[in-house]
Ligand binder design. Structure first.
Ligand SMILES: NC(=O)c1ccc[n+]([C@@H]2O[C@H](COP(=O)([O-])OP(=O)(O)OC[C@H]3O[C@@H](n4cnc5c(N)ncnc54)[C@H](OP(=O)(O)O)[C@@H]3O)[C@@H](O)[C@H]2O)c1
Length: 364
């Protein structure tokens, strides 16, 4: 039943970014002749992908990344779940293992591989065994956002009894951060729109602010500051306006930390330039010059083997859980991208790469 390298096909179906463009339908093409990388380096495995999940990064790259930086076409996306079909003897996986993981962008670009294709070859460190209580559709969306959330908590050293404020509690990064922060014994205050309040509370949020009803968030928090200032402020929504950090004196401890998942403007127009310089100054200059006491940081998530294993255990023990927003068939991947660009998904937008219809999980 399981495949050895010799029996892997030479080519596969893959969704690739063929040109710079937005919406994603202008950039994407479905190729049927995409090469399957069959040669394993030490420690590598080949995975037959069952399901892939989307991250906002992919459409941002399609929209903004010029060809002179990374030559198109390249296969898109990073997160997936699948079955090992070929494994180097030094890797810790064997043929038939059910896994999930993420294609490191550096490896993806250099080998022209992504998650929206049928087979991917990558280092075993970027994989974990899929716990039996998590379906491939659920597991597909874990790696990028859960490892980023864990890194936020590790980098900020959030401790029991401290408070984290998360702007964007219903984002995937926010949802993992809520769950992991509660496991550390921290208090969690989040923003989300009213419709997502029950969802974020079900994940463990202690207090919820409807960001659509309070006006500018920094103004609201300054006028109604928490009784004890936050130890950590995480912007999981990637606000382009830097005020949540620059105006944080009233609600963030002076020795606290502000962390952003990466500010993104709605459009890179000339109007976005002043904020670009504001961010560069706020995050790059010494704090005696910026006059913001709390530290500021832009997180760039990286997949680490120990983080993968830590998260796998929590998933298996049922201490954290993934959320699936919706599942699309492979041919309908463009519709999946249309969903994620709305920034209204609650949980992961997943694409079925090779599973039968009957394996679908109901949308939450
Ligand atoms: N730095 C890194 O390593 C890294 C890793 C992963 C992701 N990211 C970035 O992190 C951001 C979030 O990614 P994701 O995959 O977690 O997002 P996502 O799941 O696609 O986010 C969708 C959610 O965002 C909420 N939302 C949209 N605008 C908001 C706002 N202004 N304030 C609060 N909530 C808002 C929506 O809730 P409502 O419908 O209630 O508004 C929706 O539930 C993206 O910018 C992504 O590129 C960075």
């Amino acid at each position: 039943m399981f495949t050895s390298p010799a029996t892997l096909p030479a080519t596969q179906r893959a969704w690739v970014s063929a040109r710079k463009g937005f919406p994603p339908s202008r950039s994407l093409e479905l190729r049927t002749d995409w090469p399957v990388l069959k040669t394993l380096k030490p420690g590598q495995v080949t995975v037959k992908i069952q399901a892939a999940a989307l991250n906002p990064l992919a459409w941002k790259l399609m929209r903004y990344l010029p060809n002179w930086i990374i030559k198109r076409p390249w296969a898109v996306e990073n997160d997936f779940a699948g079955i090992v079909v070929s494994a180097d003897s030094t890797s810790r996986f064997k043929v038939g293992d059910e896994v999930y993981g993420g294609v490191d962008p550096a490896i993806g670009f250099s080998t022209k591989q992504g998650a929206l294709q049928e087979y991917v070859t990558l280092p075993a460190k970027d994989l974990a065994k899929r716990p039996p209580n998590i379906s491939p559709f659920e597991a597909a969306g874990v790696t990028v956002t859960a490892t980023t959330a864990l890194q936020v908590l590790n980098d900020t050293k959030l401790e029991e009894g401290q408070t984290i404020f998360i702007n964007g509690g219903s984002t995937s990064v926010g949802a993992w951060t809520i769950q992991l922060a509660k496991l550390r014994g921290a208090k969690v205050v989040v923003t989300c729109s009213k419709k997502n309040e029950d969802y974020v509370r079900s994940l463990g949020a202690d207090e919820v602010i409807d960001y659509t009803a309070v006006g500018p968030l920094h103004t609201y928090l300054t006028k109604s500051p928490p009784s004890t200032k936050f130890n950590v402020v995480l912007d999981a929504a990637g606000l382009w306006d830097s005020s949540l950090y620059s105006q944080s004196a009233a609600y963030l401890q002076p020795n606290g930390i502000f962390i952003t998942v990466g500010p993104t403007p709605h459009e890179f127009t000339w109007g976005a330039v002043p904020q670009l310089f504001a961010w560069l100054a706020l995050l790059g200059l010494p704090r005696f010059l910026t006059r913001v006491q709390a530290k500021g940081k832009n997180i760039i998530g990286a997949v680490r083997a120990e983080d993968m294993e830590f998260l796998r255990r929590l998933l298996e023990e049922g201490k954290i859980r993934p959320t699936v927003d919706s599942v699309y068939e492979f041919e309908d991947a463009v519709k999946a991208f249309d969903r994620i660009v709305t920034a209204r998904a609650r949980g992961k937008v997943v694409v079925n790469v090779s599973l039968s219809q009957s394996s679908r999980v109901p949308s939450t």
